[in-house]
Design a protein around this ligand. Structure first.
Ligand SMILES: [Zn+2]
Length: 403
């Protein structure tokens, strides 16, 4: 930590000292205590880490982490200087007694208080939720920043594997979709994954970019972090992986034990001969734990398959059918502690809009549709290939009209 109390009860902030010499003087002349538990702390002026205070013994101080990493100290200092440069007045390591929480940094912007929490070590998702709630109750907006890289491993071109801890920092923007960023003090950059598309429970396809700290201002809004335009190469990758997903499912899905395969067979369908509209990529699909092929199959079976041309369908019915599938545990939502929007409804809405653009549905009133053109079901492999190729072209054309 950068703050402590001296023998006279004065608060000492190490970030105010710019010379090591003056720190050494300070160390010789004064003694220091933790501002929270009042136990003695040492001023450490080492070679590798930034100067900081540390508790003398294995202490049981509840409010400070035992071994603050180089990364954590450096990031706190970087953010402190970065906020100062924006003419804001950040406070370091402020303890908020009502909620018994210490914020890395506290800063006011347009009369709103924000708490910056930089996390590089794994903490349980429950703790993120609890602390977020605590801040919000005090009318403080928490800004969680993930430390290190935003992924665990690169598993292929544009493909990243994430840990549960990293997943917990995923955010959603209405225009830009799901994104995830982290800050790395080693190069003073934000690493940003955008256009997150899930291909399994832990793997996503995404675009990765970097932005220097000083190219962005607080409070880190999505449009600043995500400056690049949408990349179509991605969708090609998606369609390729869509095929692989079906084959993998058939190979390892255990037939009737797999709820999805069972539903496909019970409805007299075959996983290889599904209509091409099943498994289309959408910006919102990360919210569903199941693959887009699964929930779009249920969408088709529950809402469209028996709908004749001219027959009506409402958004309420679509919504209700999805809810039933969740109740029956065919579908599950992912929970992201930093996302407050109803992404699932938006996903269903956007899929419906896509079917309208592709000409299958027609909106006759707000959120009321009629079947406009029947959805073809391929009967053999040649038809599968032909229909998928045609739909892919139609999909790219339809996408152009709304992105
Ligand atoms: Zn303490």
């Amino acid at each position: 930590m950068f703050t402590a109390m001296n023998q006279d009860g004065e608060c000492i902030n190490l970030l105010f000292f710019h010379k090591r010499e003056s720190l050494r003087e300070l160390k010789e002349q004064q003694t220091f205590f933790c501002c929270h538990c009042y136990q003695p702390v040492l001023l450490k002026i080492g070679k590798y880490k930034l100067p900081h205070f540390a508790h003398v013994k294995n202490n049981d101080c509840l409010y400070t982490s035992k071994h603050e990493s180089f990364q954590h100290l450096q990031a706190k200092k970087d953010f402190y200087e970065w906020l100062k440069r924006q003419l804001l007045e950040p406070q370091v390591e402020t303890f908020i007694s009502v909620i018994q929480q210490k914020a890395d940094l506290l800063v006011k912007l347009n009369r709103q208080l924000f708490a910056i929490e930089y996390q590089c070590s794994k903490i349980p998702m429950q703790q993120i939720i609890k602390r977020t709630k605590g801040y919000l109750e005090e009318h403080i907006i928490p800004v969680w920043i993930l430390g290190g890289l935003p992924y665990q491993k690169v598993v292929g071109e544009h493909r990243f594997q994430l840990t549960d801890f990293q997943m917990a920092f995923i955010r959603y923007d209405y225009k830009k979709g799901f994104y995830l960023f982290s800050y790395s003090p080693q190069n003073r950059q934000f690493h940003i994954l955008t256009q997150l598309m899930p291909v399994s429970l832990t793997t996503v396809i995404a675009n990765i970019t970097q932005q220097p700290l000083y190219s962005i201002t607080f409070p880190l809004l999505a449009h600043q972090l995500i400056s690049t335009s949408m990349n179509n190469g991605f969708y090609e990758k998606w369609f390729q992986l869509r095929k692989e997903w079906i084959h993998t499912k058939l190979k390892y899905g255990k037939g009737f034990k797999d709820p999805f395969l069972r539903e496909v067979y019970l409805h007299d369908q075959h996983p290889l001969y599904l209509p091409a509209i099943i498994g289309l990529p959408l910006k919102q699909m990360m919210i569903c734990r199941e693959h887009a092929i699964e929930w779009q199959f249920y969408y088709w079976i529950d809402n469209l398959r028996n709908l004749k041309n001219g027959q009506a369908l409402t958004f309420k019915q679509i919504h209700e059918n999805f809810r039933k599938r969740m109740e029956q545990r065919y579908l599950h939502l992912r929970h992201f502690p930093l996302i407050y929007q109803d992404v699932k409804d938006e996903m269903l809405h956007q899929y419906t809009q896509l079917l309208i653009r592709l000409g299958y549905l027609k909106e006759v009133k707000k959120r009321k549709y009629i079947m406009n053109k029947s959805i073809p079901i391929p009967k053999n492999m040649e038809e599968v290939i032909r229909m998928e190729k045609k739909l892919k072209l139609e999909f790219f054309a339809a996408k152009k009209t709304y992105e």
